[in-house]
Design a protein around this ligand. Structure first.
Ligand code: 5AD
Ligand code: FES
Length: 353
């Protein structure tokens, strides 16, 4: 019987775990171990970032997508999705509104929508950076060529989010149609890093068919990739997908993994995601207490929010951005942390000049 105590101590000292050790932690999860991990993880987050929580304003600018991921509500085959696209003007107005609210990171997220050619994305990035040079622009628009990523970077984009979804190729095949390849997805992540983006990877917790072995491989993949950001949140079924009757990912497992990730990659920027806030009313606060240090409220115009439904019952689809900002300030304040007006770069990261 492997000794949990020695695994935990090793994690605190070396920030390393083997596959077997991760599986052992997952198989033997108890509330005692979970609290201990959360305490260590939040302590190490505070050592690096104090009691600051960074905010990212998320602009969901298109829900058109050419892909057909089995879990996702905006998959191309969902005929019930009410599709929309924001214009450049709507996007830049949203960004400026966010700026006035104190956001210093704007995340442009969308489905893989060929309507937005590279030069349009470049133009949008340049407009935002021109108007607000102290804002970090993050893109989350899927798999593109090396050349496209390079053009976005050269236009001034700072960061890129692209979850690897699952590091196990067989599991990847159970979540995606055959035209999507995990090799290409991982190659995209290495390309983004090589170009100089602060790069984010991640996966869903409790996605259909996920095993503890899969999770162990996800954590080892993240350790190897060494991204600046990691996004994890519970899988939540969407009514118009083939996974509609599958179980959602669990709160406690998500919190447990947030803590382990914080301990394995101590300086990583780690959001308490909207999905976590959706499965539990205090999910995001608990995420911060488990070691997360970022929240990503929605900046999209209220009129389109309900339409960007990756999963059912998403929170904050009726609130204005200013309301969410206030709400989050209160929530984060209530647990002794503070939302700050700051780009919130990874402290290890220096952009090449
Ligand atoms: N539940 C939770 N997360 C989801 N995502 C997509 N669909 C769902 C769902 N049903 C996540 C994916 C994607 C990110 C933008 O949202 O991991 O990378
Ligand atoms: Fe949107 Fe609380 S964060 S209402």
């Amino acid at each position: 019987m492997t000794d949990i105590r020695s695994i935990l101590d090793k994690l605190y000292d070396s920030h390393e775990l083997t596959r077997e050790e991760i599986i052992c932690l997952l198989e033997n999860r108890t509330s005692e171990i979970q609290s201990e991990l959360a305490e260590h993880a939040s302590k190490i987050a505070r050592e690096h970032y104090g009691n600051k929580v960074f905010v990212r304003g998320l602009i969901e600018f298109t829900n058109y997508c050419r892909n057909d991921c089995y879990y996702c509500g905006i998959r191309c085959s969902n005929r019930n999705a009410d599709r929309y696209r924001l214009t450049k003007e709507e996007i830049t107005e949203c960004a400026s509104y966010g700026y006035d609210l104190g956001f210093r990171t704007i995340v442009l997220q969308g489905g893989e929508d060929a309507y937005y050619k590279d030069d349009m994305i470049v133009d949008i990035i340049k407009s935002i950076k021109n108007e607000h040079p102290d804002v970090a622009v993050t893109l989350s628009i899927g798999e593109k060529s090396y050349e496209s990523y390079k053009a976005f970077y050269d236009a001034g984009a700072d960061r890129y989010l692209l979850r690897h979804e699952t590091a196990d190729f067989a599991h990847y095949g159970k979540l995606h149609p055959a035209n999507l390849s995990p090799e290409n997805r991982q190659q995209c992540l290495y390309n983004l890093k090589k170009i100089g983006f602060q790069t984010g990877a991640g996966f869903m917790v409790g996605s259909p068919y996920q095993t503890n072995e899969n999770i162990a491989d996800d954590l080892l993949f993240l350790k190897k990739l060494d991204p600046e950001m990691i996004g994890i949140g519970p899988f939540i079924p969407h009514q118009d997908t083939q996974f509609k009757d599958m179980k959602a990912g669990g709160l406690d497992l998500t919190l447990y993994l947030l803590s382990i990730i914080r301990l394995m990659l101590p300086t990583v920027l780690l959001p308490a995601t909207t999905a976590l806030g959706t499965i539990n009313p205090r999910g995001r606060e608990l995420g911060i207490l488990a070691g997360a240090n970022v929240v990503m409220p929605n900046l999209s115009p209220v009129g389109v929010r309900k339409k960007y439904a990756l999963y059912d019952n998403k929170i904050c689809t009726g609130e204005e951005a200013a309301e969410c900002m206030n709400c989050l300030k209160n929530r984060i304040g209530s647990i002794g942390y503070e939302i700050v007006t700051d780009r919130g770069d990874n402290i290890k990261f220096k952009r090449a000049l």
